[in-house]
Design a protein around this ligand. Structure first.
Ligand SMILES: C[S@@+](CC[C@H](N)C(=O)[O-])C[C@H]1O[C@@H](n2cnc3c(N)ncnc32)[C@H](O)[C@@H]1O
Length: 383
């Protein structure tokens, strides 16, 4: 046996030792560049409306504090969006999983979160494919470690088949690298990718991200599982109700302010966090979570690189955006991303009397691109 294979086997052996709970993680990009992206976004000019300084999606979850705050928010009784999405996932996944029956898929999870959903997906996929590979992909190494542990609980998947990747999947270059890695690992064998928990809704240009992922990752034999929050109505009352849903959770408030707390010296005042509702064209309800300087005076923020930036009265830092899609809005986004629906389940969650009904759509997609996939241009990150 080649020395390299022996080394890999020894490493697998060490990781599998009882009581040794270390995990391997591939790091797909230079973290210092992300640091300068973060500080750059916090230097943006004045905006009263949350359209200047911002924490963009990946950075909301990046560090250990944000990861812990996210895990707490997911179990908060007052934050039904994620809690119900996690609790009802196994049932909904069973409803659409039949469309994959009889085929042997590997699994790539884009944004693992707490790992509960990945556990349900893996449990089913490995029935048809006990030798499957599992690649959890997340911007946060802490989330990867925590999510992976939950995902693999009581499942007999060899450590060598689990390849966690720390990566920001919203960058085209990174997606191309991921595609290369997956092909090196599984060749032509089919893969299920997933983007769950309404993660897509956190991105400013959600359609472009979906098109990037579908276009660059999906081959004709692969499938993509997408979960998004949905709304029956697109009107101001419904947008206000969506904002209330997030505002009601103190734990979500802690999560959403955790990045700004970690990466600036701002003294967080929760009364300065606002959840601004809007109807986004004819496609979605939009909630912009914004930190507004309400002190009546100019503040100065210290950024992670020790530079200082003015934070004038009434200026804002956008902490997060999220959406609930109308059914027509979702259809259009899928069509624009050249995604073809293979199966779908739509569920409505309980609503208080007189409140708008919101729900979750879980959709299994395949690539609608005629050529199957687009060529992946150089450079090759593995050379
Ligand atoms: C809303 S949570 C959903 C978690 C899980 N999929 C679920 O449904 O329970 C979003 C997840 O995606 C990860 N994430 C967000 N933006 C990301 C990005 N740009 N690149 C990689 N991971 C990202 C977060 O760290 C987090 O684990």
């Amino acid at each position: 046996m080649a020395a390299r294979e022996q080394a890999v086997q020894r490493l697998e052996g060490a990781l599998a030792e009882p009581g040794f709970s270390w995990t391997l993680c591939m790091v797909g990009e230079d973290q210092s560049q992300k640091f300068s992206q973060l500080t750059g976004e916090l230097r943006a000019p004045f905006s009263r409306t949350g359209d200047g300084k911002r924490i963009s999606s990946g950075f909301s979850y990046w560090g250990v504090e944000s990861t812990v705050a996210w895990v707490h928010a997911c179990s908060d009784l007052f934050y039904p969006v994620m809690r119900e999405s996690i609790e009802s996932f196994t049932r909904r996944w069973q409803q659409i999983g039949g469309a994959l029956e009889g085929q042997r898929f590997h699994y790539v999870s884009l944004g693992t979160g707490t790992g509960h959903k990945d556990h349900a997906v893996l449990e089913r996929l490995r029935r048809d494919h006990p030798g499957l590979c599992y690649l959890p992909v997340d911007v946060s190494p802490e989330m990867l470690r925590l999510g992976q542990r939950e995902a693999l609980r009581h499942l007999d998947i060899p450590v060598g088949n689990v390849v966690p990747v720390q990566l920001d999947f919203s960058a085209a270059q990174n997606v191309m690298g991921l595609r290369r890695l997956v092909e090196r690992l599984v060749g032509d064998e089919p893969v299920v990718y997933s983007l769950l928990g309404n993660t897509l809704a956190n991105f400013e240009d959600d359609t472009a991200l979906l098109a990037l992922l579908m276009g660059q990752l999906l081959r004709p034999q692969d499938r993509f599982m997408l979960e998004v929050a949905s709304t029956e109505r697109l009107d101001e009352d419904s947008a206000a109700a969506a904002a209330r849903e997030y505002r009601a959770s103190p734990r979500f408030g802690e999560f959403v302010t955790s990045a700004v707390m970690q990466y600036t010296d701002l003294q967080i005042d929760m009364a300065s966090v606002s959840f601004d509702p809007a109807v986004e064209d004819d496609r979605a309800l939009l909630v912009k979570v914004v930190y507004r300087n309400r002190t009546g005076r100019q503040l100065r923020l210290t950024l992670p690189d020790r530079s200082r930036v003015e934070f004038p009265d009434e200026d804002t830092i956008r902490l997060l955006i999220t959406r609930k899609y109308s059914w027509a809005g979702l259809e259009k986004m899928l069509a624009d991303a050249e995604a073809v629906e293979a199966a779908r389940t739509r569920s409505g969650f309980n609503a208080a009397f007189g409140e708008p009904r919101f729900g979750m759509d879980l959709v299994l997609l395949q690539s609608g691109a005629i050529a199957g996939h687009r060529p992946v241009p150089p450079p090759n990150p593995f050379h």
